[in-house]
Design a protein around this ligand. Sequence first.
Ligand SMILES: Cc1cc2nc3c(=O)[nH]c(=O)nc-3n(C[C@H](O)[C@H](O)[C@H](O)COP(=O)(O)OP(=O)(O)OC[C@H]3O[C@@H](n4cnc5c(N)ncnc54)[C@H](O)[C@@H]3O)c2cc1C
Length: 390
Amino acid sequence: MDFALSDEERAVRDTVRSFITKEVVPLEQEVLRRERAHQPGLEPGELRELQLKARKFGFWGLSTPQEYGGMDLSAVLQSLIWTEVGRSFVPFRFGGEADNILYYADEAQRAEFLIPTIEGERISCFAITEPGAGSDAANIKLRARRDGDDWVLNGEKTFITNGHDADFTIVVAVTDPDKDVRAGGSTAFLVDRSMGWRSEFIQTMGEGGPASLIFDDVRVPARNILGEVGQGFELGMKWIGRGRYIIPSHALGIGERALQMAIDHANTRETFGRPIGVNQAIQWMIADSETELEAARWLTLRAAWTVDQGEDPRHSSSMAKLYGAGMINRLVDRVMQVHGGMGYTRELPIERWYRQVRLFRIFEGTDEMQRLIISRDLLRGYTKIGGHLA
Ligand SMILES: Cc1cc2nc3c(=O)[nH]c(=O)nc-3n(C[C@H](O)[C@H](O)[C@H](O)COP(=O)(O)OP(=O)(O)OC[C@H]3O[C@@H](n4cnc5c(N)ncnc54)[C@H](O)[C@@H]3O)c2cc1C
């Protein structure tokens, strides 16, 4: 069994690490200062500038097909890169990306929505959650009624990432209430903000925040249907499925960086005339953190590898998301404990991570929904215990 990275994987990982170290990490103190003043850590123009710098390094469109100028990297490579990105808390991500389901767009929609999103000229958001339908996404009510060549949308979406900044949304609506939302009753629409939906920003415990989207008789031409009529829920699940190995990949980077801070602090902070790291209580927190980090790493890389094998990654991605999200919450909590009072201040990024990673257990399927998926697969015999090695 070979757990080593290939030469290519190592080279890509090292190039990204050097980009993040040289270009992103130096911005950290300014990001903390701005966030303490309740300002965005990075302005959109600054993010774009960094993304264009990364493009010169050759990093643009990690998941984007080459015909659209992207790198079309394997899921394992994308996972490794997201881990490197996670090592800095600066809200940076590589440019040249679009929502995976935008590739279901037809020719005209590609020109209007997909390509400008890849180029960073337009901002998208994906909306399925509603005030009355979160974990039970099949319970959505936002309605689209056919009217001549148009569809008229009424209802509300909530907790939509980028919802307040987006130029357009990919919204899943009920198009046939006689059918199950999961089986032909819902459809995805590409809806420009200029068509009349409005957004309301939602304050959260994290930096930045999602938004509610309000649709009040919003008229959308039938040519703006993404994919097929009736395919909405299926596309929604494809969108959500991708995040399930990216989120724990990101968590690994946060964990590596935070744990190193704890180790450095344990070696230098002295109490009772000795470094705190000589105490078993501190040593155990470090040992547990490293062990859990390593376990999360292999669950996550295996989930990404499953994607690359062209197999159904749902089971392994759910385990990676569940364990990775829990791991990073426990790890950051221990790192704060090791730092004592300093860990609780806004001088250090630990309290910021603490607020940020709490979301990982909630969005793109809560812990409980991941457990539901994993156990249901086993109870119904869809998956064998032990996966590939069974
Ligand atoms: C910052 C942020 C960004 C988000 N971004 C997006 C986005 O871009 N697009 C989008 O569409 N949505 C987005 N969401 C929504 C997110 O996916 C939902 O919040 C999440 O799926 C949970 O739904 P809910 O909040 O309605 O909780 P609920 O479904 O009401 O659940 C409440 C609690 O009950 C538990 N629970 C529910 N049912 C069961 C059950 N059967 N068994 C056991 N426990 C259960 C849940 O696990 C949870 O702990 C975002 C949310 C946040 C907070």
